[in-house]
Every structure is written in structure tokens, then in C-alpha cells.
Design a protein around this ligand. Structure first.
Ligand code: ATP
Ligand code: MG
Ligand code: FE
Length: 339
């Protein structure tokens, strides 16, 4: 099947054309990063207006880049949730209009299923697999017992990893989003300021990053009160080491406990160089195959939405045109008809 997918859950307007859930013919992304940068975060009202302004152009761009005719399409996929409601609605309206005009089925997609199935764009997935999802809004360990069968075995109890990166970035006076800047600073640092690790209960696959964030803020404040300034690179390094050590240890323990054949990495924080390197060496030591999508499939993009939609399309599962966008859509509920 040839699928056109639309992703507008947050601040990226993206349209992709993917064949057979695997071959990406086009993956066009228009980021609003510069618009939101001066507010230090995504402003929902502005995000949805920007989606309205760009969506038609991005659809046309994707179709022309892929060199297909709209009548070649088998289905139109769109992110149903989770995400910002105003942003989701713009993508849904565009996808419904295309589905109606072309007389092809609509397929609503769970955004995190998309992040996870970005891995299917670059590798043949083998089950059971464990996915480490680290994004701006989510930090989860997901067990895939078989294709499309998702079970969340751990999640963050407070901040998501990306959220912690962005908050610490702001405290260090770095531009938004802070993640990539902290990554760079941590790389340059020759020393680190040690930070605590949040392991939680010994058998827990859950995460917590708010204590770490508070520890960073406390260290910065204490230094300020003493009239000193901490080297931001040393702070970034200490923070990043703590995040990575916990993520890697829990992901590897989950993979071993559930007999995973592969470890999948997903979400925007998967772009982190330190995390990639640490996972790579830990997986090599454990003899566990690690799949890491290229950068453009880690951050928000529509190609990953097409990859997840393909699971439904293959099984003849489509979504009625009355589909409701759901800011809190549950992964398990979305995947019910895949098992
Ligand atoms: P969700 O997918 O949970 O709805 P989102 O779509 O906003 O959230 P993504 O676009 O997947 O999140 O990821 C964005 C996050 O990734 C931001 O918090 C950003 O700081 C972080 N990020 C991007 N690159 C890096 C990096 N190199 N190191 C650490 N974090 C990074
Ligand atoms: Mg984003
Ligand atoms: Fe995302």
C-alpha cells in the first residue's frame, strides 16, 4: 500500500509518503522551532495557527517530492493523539479532506506507536522487542510481544526525559529546546558535577527526573549564593550522565527479563549522542541487537506515522471519518484491534 501520512501533534507540520510501511518516498517537515523559541516553549494557540498556514503547502510538497499521483494512494493516515488538541485537529481536518476527496480510507495513528515504529523504517523488527521511548512528553519502556502488541512496563512518574533536558537547559540559560545544547556541552566538558540517580524501587521500570532537575537547580542556586558560578558544561555533563545511566540500565534489564531479540530506541531524545553511545556499548556487551532510527525519524515526523498506520492497513483496520482527535489517547486502546 502507498500511504500518505500527516503529523501535527505538536509544533512540527509533517507529511510523508511511504510505500509498504518501509520505503519512504517523501518525508517533509516544517518546524516552528524559531517561532516558539522566544517564548521558551511551544505556545499551543500559535502552533495550531502555524499548522493551518503550512499544511496545504507541505501536502503538495510531499506529493511532488515523492513523484506520485494522488490517485495512487491507498490510504491517508494521521496522528489521532496524544498531543495538543488544536494542533491535532488541523492535521485531522486535512487528512479527512484528503481521504474524502480521494475516496481512500482514513487511519488514525497513536503518536508513540509512530515513534516506536520509526524503527521499522530502517530494520526488520523481531519480537519480542523492548522499546525505550524518550521524547518531550514521554519516557517509557514498552514491551512488544509481537507486531503491534504494546505493553507499557515502565514510565516516568513526573517529568519526561526531554522535559527535564529543556528545564535544565532553561536554568543554564540555553536556547529552547535545551536538549541538543546540553548534549553538546556535556560532550565538551572535561569534568562533571556529580548528580543523583533516581533508581526507584529495585524492580521498578519506572523513571523519575524531577529530583534530578531539582538537584541541578539547587547546585546552581548554592553556587550563586556563594557568589560563584558553575561551569555550565560541567553541570550539563553531570545531568546527562545521570539521565543516561538510569535509562540504559533499566532498558537493558527489561530486555533481559523479557527475552527481547532487539532493543528499539524512539523519540526526540534518541538524538542524544551520549545516550546513543552508551546504549551501543551496553548492547554490544550484552549481545543485544540495538536499532536506532536516523535523526530525522526520531524527532516528530510523518514517516513514522505511516509506518505505524501500515500495521492497521495490512489488517484492514481503518478509522471512520468521524474520528475524534484525542489529546490523551492511550497506546493500548489504540492498538486493541492489532493483536
Ligand atoms: P511526545 O512525542 O512525547 O509527544 P514531542 O513530540 O514534543 O513529545 P519529540 O519531538 O519526540 O517530543 O522530542 C523533542 C525533545 O527531544 C525535546 O525535549 C528536545 O530537547 C529533545 N532532544 C532533541 N535532541 C536532543 C539531544 N541531542 N539530547 C537530548 N534531548 C534532545
Ligand atoms: Mg517537537
Ligand atoms: Fe513526538
Amino acid at each position: 500500500g502507498l500511504l500518505l501520512a500527516v503529523e501535527t501533534s505538536c509544533d512540527e507540520t509533517s507529511v510523508a509518503i511511504v510505500e509498504g510501511g518501509r520505503r519512504v518516498l517523501a518525508n517533509c517537515v516544517s518546524s516552528q522551532m524559531e517561532t516558539h523559541e522566544r517564548f521558551g516553549g511551544v505556545v499551543p494557540e500559535i502552533a495550531s495557527r502555524k499548522h493551518v498556514e503550512s499544511i496545504t503547502r507541505i501536502v503538495e510538497e510531499a506529493i511532488s517530492k515523492a513523484g506520485i499521483r494522488p490517485s495512487d494512494l491507498s490510504a491517508v493516515a494521521v496522528t489521532q493523539g496524544p498531543g495538543l488538541i488544536g494542533s491535532l485537529l488541523v492535521g485531522a481536518a486535512a487528512a479527512k479532506a484528503l481521504s474524502l476527496a480521494l475516496d481512500v480510507p482514513l487511519i488514525g495513528v497513536h503518536h508513540i506507536a509512530g515513534h516506536i515504529y520509526a524503527n521499522a523504517l530502517v530494520a526488520e523488527l523481531q519480537y519480542p522487542a523492548v522499546a525505550l521511548v524518550v521524547s518531550g512528553g514521554h519516557t517509557e519502556l514498552v514491551l512488544l510481544e509481537s507486531e503491534g502488541k504494546f505493553r507499557r512496563i515502565g514510565q516516568t512518574r513526573d517529568d519526561a526525559a526531554g522535559e527535564a533536558y529543556d528545564k535544565v537547559g532553561r536554568a543554564l540559560g540555553l536556547p529552547y529546546p535545551g536538549g541538543p545544547h546540553i548534549d553538546r556541552l556535556a560532550h565538551e566538558a572535561e569534568e562533571e558535577i556529580p548528580m543523583p540517580r533516581a533508581w526507584l524501587e529495585p524492580d521498578s521500570y519506572d523513571f523519575s527526573f524531577s529530583g534530578l532537575k531539582s538537584a541541578v537547580l539547587a547546585a546552581l542556586n548554592q553556587a550563586r549564593m556563594k557568589g560563584q558560578t558553575l561551569n555550565p558544561a560541567h553541570v550539563a555533563r553531570g545531568f546527562q550522565e545521570s539521565v543516561i545511566e538510569v535509562l540504559v540500565a533499566k532498558a537493558l534489564r527489561a530486555a533481559s527479563e523479557y527475552g527481547a531479540k532487539q532493543l528499539l530506541l524512539a523519540g526526540g531524545v534518541a538524538a542524544n549522542r551520549g545516550l546513543r553511545a552508551a546504549l551501543k556499548s551496553a548492547c554490544e556487551a550484552a549481545g543485544l541487537p540495538l536499532i536506532v532510527p536516523p535523526f530525522e525519524y526520531c524527532t516528530d515526523n510523518a514517516a513514522m506515522i505511516a509506518a505505524a498506520a501500515h500495521l492497521k492497513w495490512k489488517r484492514g483496520r481503518t478509522t471512520p471519518l468521524e474520528m475524534k482527535s484525542e489529546p490523551m489517547l492511550s497506546l493500548e486502546k489504540w492498538a486493541e484491534d492489532l493483536a
